[in-house]
Design a protein around this ligand. Structure first.
Ligand SMILES: Cc1cc2nc3c(=O)[nH]c(=O)nc-3n(C[C@H](O)[C@H](O)[C@H](O)COP(=O)(O)OP(=O)(O)OC[C@H]3O[C@@H](n4cnc5c(N)ncnc54)[C@H](O)[C@@H]3O)c2cc1C
Length: 502
């Protein structure tokens, strides 16, 4: 008997995870990717001896990566070397006001206590609750497909959910424990990964503080792209076929069933289709209107996570006063957040982030040189011109040079800019978003775009616009969740399983 053919659209984290999980169960899986290399928003590129990770730079929740590889009888260490960073990161609060966040909890507590008496004990209490949320959130909630309310109806889970502060904002929650301005900024920082204001983010997400403080910040030597290389290797070991430069143009549907996936050069038969490209793109551009579940109005009302302006810089010397991860919080986040979320426009006084992986990893820059990734979050759907990019390059460089007390600009030997237009051209990103759909209360679980199409029986979605949400660990989980749903709905008979390697 023949197996079932699954076509996965897109080779980002979620597509790789879905494809591998399905191939491991004996499905015949082909991944169609529009770009020449896998990785999606986590691709990398090389230029003049520098290796740049294009997207993610923070490796958080190492347990999620480990359990991903364990699921296939492998371990992270089979594919890349992980190191824990210490300090985890540095926050620049202002001139001569740099704070290293130590990896050790005891040292962090001592730092908190210097700022606010009693805050060390309160941090313990905060983290105890956050650990519980992480445990229930990561082990139970995020693996729910969000297809029906009944998934959340077990008594234990209902009681757990009540204890999880779903209806209180993290903004309020943090202020119940701490009042010092620096501590509040530090505790609110991880929420930025979720793409919404602390005021609009459920306190459930203090689980991100647990991830930050208790589980730590890690780095795969060679760069974040090592994760993608490892995942592709594993996928190929499981029999997944990858076809690159295959820009999908249409999902051909007959009587509510997706039959073929068409690219410029091929037409691929499918028993099941999994869209891991941006949900909006798959719905609006690849399906005929009759088969689209959500209206334009629905999409316009979604709260998107921000986009960003990025500068990839090759620096011809070693720099002073920079760690691997550096958060420039020398301006107030309030107005910048307002310009991202409530009154979308290019910011007047932006916060920004600088990653210098060459501080940890000599392989990503020529000897004696520095590799910089500079990122400024901005609202999606803004006008994106060369003039604007240049203006912000100069604004950020002025601040970087002033605060780190050195000349940087004259040592820039390589530079590439990246923003909205590139996100759209490279990934078909809705409104040029970088991080997908924000994790607000009204966009949680069942309230996200559904991972299964309501109009096309054998069409599923995965990735950062559906459950469980944006970020690398959630995308890894999203792929596993969708694979489970496919296997439930389109189970293989024993004789249909393709032989799978171990
Ligand atoms: C700049 C930046 C920094 C980030 N930093 C972090 C971080 O530090 N830590 C963290 O955990 N997360 C981070 N994230 C978020 C994280 O990278 C994403 O959540 C995750 O990579 C999304 O994976 P995905 O599979 O959902 O989507 P994608 O990576 O976008 O994958 C979708 C794939 O579909 C392909 N595709 C699109 N249209 C088509 C088509 N028509 N035909 C064929 N293929 C198509 C795309 O080319 C792409 O390869 C960051 C993201 C960005 C952009």
């Amino acid at each position: 008997m023949k197996s079932k053919k699954v076509i996965v659209i897109g080779a980002g984290f979620s597509g790789l995870s879905a494809a591998t999980s399905l191939a491991d169960q004996g499905y015949e899986v082909t991944v169609l990717e529009k770009n020449a290399t896998p990785g999606g928003r986590a691709r990398s590129f090389e230029a003049d001896g520098y290796t740049f990770d294009m997207g993610p730079s923070w490796y958080w929740m190492p347990d999620v990566f480990e359990s991903y590889f364990n699921k296939f009888g492998k371990s992270v260490s089979d594919y890349y070397d992980l190191v824990r960073l210490d300090p985890s990161y540095t926050v620049v609060f202002g001139e001569d006001d740099f704070v290293d966040l130590p990896a050790s909890l005891d040292e962090l507590k001592a730092l908190f206590e210097q700022w606010e008496t009693g805050s060390a004990t309160r941090l313990d209490k905060f983290l105890e609750q956050a650990a519980y949320k992480y445990e229930v959130g990561i082990n139970q909630l995020v693996y729910k497909p969000g297809r029906s309310l009944s998934e959340f109806m077990s008594l234990r889970l209902l009681l757990d959910v009540l204890r999880m502060d779903v209806f209180q904002s993290i903004h309020t929650h943090i202020r119940r424990f701490f009042s010092h301005e620096k501590i509040i900024k530090l505790m609110e920082f991880p929420v930025l990964f979720l793409g919404a204001l602390p005021q609009n983010t459920p306190a459930l997400y203090s689980l991100m503080n647990y991830a930050d403080i208790s589980l730590g910040t890690w780095y795969p030597m060679g760069g974040m792209y090592k994760i993608i290389e490892g995942m592709v290797q594993l996928a190929e070991e499981k029999g997944v076929a990858f076809l690159y430069n295959q820009d999908v143009q249409e999902i051909e549907v007959e009587q509510g069933i997706a039959r073929h996936v068409r690219t410029a050069t091929g037409n691929f038969e499918a028993d099941v289709v999994v869209g891991s490209a941006d949900y909006h793109h798959v719905e609006k551009n690849l399906l005929a209107p009759a088969y689209q579940t959500y209206t334009d109005r629905y999409w316009d009302k979604r709260v998107m996570a921000p986009s960003c302006l990025i500068f990839y810089l090759g620096i011809s010397k070693k720099l002073e006063n920079l760690r691997h991860h550096n958060l420039f919080f020398d301006e107030d986040f309030g107005p910048h957040a307002h310009e991202i979320y409530t009154d979308p426009k290019w910011p007047a006084k932006p916060l920004f982030y600088v990653s210098a992986p060459s501080v940890t990893d000599a392989s990503v820059a020529p000897e004696g040189c520095e590799n910089l990734f500079v990122l400024m979050p901005v609202a999606p759907d803004l006008e994106d011109t060369e003039e604007l990019r240049e203006r912000y390059y100069n604004l950020i460089m002025d601040r970087l040079e002033h605060l780190t007390k050195q000349d940087v600009r004259s040592a820039v030997v390589f530079r590439r800019n990246y923003a909205h237009r590139d996100f759209i051209a490279d990934y078909n990103a809705f409104k040029g978003n970088a991080y997908g759909l924000a994790n607000t209360l009204m966009q949680t679980a069942l309230l996200k775009p559904s991972l299964k199409s309501k109009k096309v029986k054998n069409l599923y979605y995965t990735g950062q616009l559906t459950v469980p949400g944006p970020g690398v660990p959630p995308s890894l989980i999203s792929g596993q969740v969708v694979a489970k749903e496919v296997a439930k709905d389109y189970a293989l008979a024993p004789g249909q399983r393709l032989p799978v390697s171990n």
